[in-house]
Design a protein around this ligand. Structure first.
Ligand SMILES: Nc1ncnc2c1ncn2[C@@H]1O[C@H](COP(=O)(O)OP(=O)(O)OP(=O)(O)O)[C@@H](O)[C@H]1O
Length: 274
């Protein structure tokens, strides 16, 4: 397998990728060209203004679309639906099943033996704070609780790669913060490779070991930044550290500049890859 950052295994490889929707005069060039390698275990966050092609890139990695030019590889193979776990902005759950039933189904599809399912399900529900509502039907839950089920289901799937497309975008600030904490705790425990899409520079810096800013359509990489913050502090304290504040400002400024809304913080930072 080819090498990613720091010589680690390359889990996702995007080489010379461009993507157009439609044909001829009506074609919309949504993305690219993009070259990107995400290493095994990396938690990459794609951030950029609306319409810059973030979801398109995610869909290409998920195998829901094929690139117009270039190639995408996941774990050394062709992307195809089912190879990566995907969490969408609106949770897609079995509404007629219970919370526990939804997670059980994912565990069954992942091939977890029947005897191990109950303990795995309980541990996953515990980690997203839903153990006391395991017996409830999906339609009896709040929006935030439904998102937590979607996250637990995604982690129940045994895929090496997890793709999340603005999973917390539609939620109130408090629920969003709680879910960010769940995501950090589950992600750290699983060691999985994740690609997370967001509009929010703050969310990107909080969740990513790497933050990738895409410029305005057709999306190209404007900034690719390694983020090394003391996450053991937990999100609330971390947000108040000077390192966090500085990185947040830098990414926020770059997102605005990449969208054509003014200069980035300082010349020379734009193409930084640290
Ligand atoms: N199925 C489609 N057919 C035609 N154009 C499309 C299609 N899907 C997306 N686009 C266009 O491609 C561009 C990129 O869309 P995409 O959804 O990838 O952006 P995004 O950065 O994820 O946006 P947002 O943050 O608003 O979700 C946009 O101009 C969009 O209108």
């Amino acid at each position: 397998m080819p090498s990613g950052r720091d010589g680690a295994d390359a889990m996702i490889e995007v080489a010379g990728v461009r993507h157009e929707y439609g044909r001829g005069a009506d074609a919309v060039v949504a993305l690219g060209p993009i070259d990107l390698t995400v290493s095994r275990g990396e938690s990459a966050v794609l951030v950029g203004a609306s319409g810059c092609g973030k979801s398109t890139l995610l869909r290409l990695i998920a195998g829901f679309e094929s690139p117009t030019d270039g190639a995408v590889r996941v774990a050394g193979g062709e992307p195809e639906p089912g190879r990566c776990g995907v969490v969408f902005q609106q949770p897609r759950l079995f509404a007629w099943k219970t919370v526990g039933g939804n997670v059980d189904t994912a565990l069954r599809y992942a091939g977890v033996p029947r005897g191990e399912r109950a303990s795995r399900r309980d541990a996953l529900l515990e980690s997203v704070g839903l153990h006391d509502v395991a017996h409830r039907r999906i339609w009896e839950l709040s929006g935030g609780q439904q998102h937590r089920v979607a996250i637990a289901r995604a982690y129940a799937n045994d895929t090496e790669v997890l793709l999340l497309d603005e999973p917390f975008g539609a939620l109130d600030a408090l629920t969003r913060e709680r879910l960010q904490e769940d995501f950090l705790a589950l992600g750290a425990a699983s060691g999985r490779t994740t690609v997370f899409v967001t509009h929010s520079a703050e969310e990107a810096v909080l969740l990513g070991s790497r933050v990738i800013v895409l410029g305005a359509r057709p999306g190209r990489i404007a900034l690719d930044l390694a983020v090394d913050l003391p996450r053991e502090l937990g999100p609330s304290l971390l947000r108040r550290t000077p390192e966090f504040v500085e990185l947040h400002e830098r990414v926020r400024s770059e997102v605005r500049a990449a969208a054509g809304e003014g200069p980035a913080v300082a010349p020379g930072l734009a193409a930084a890859r640290e």
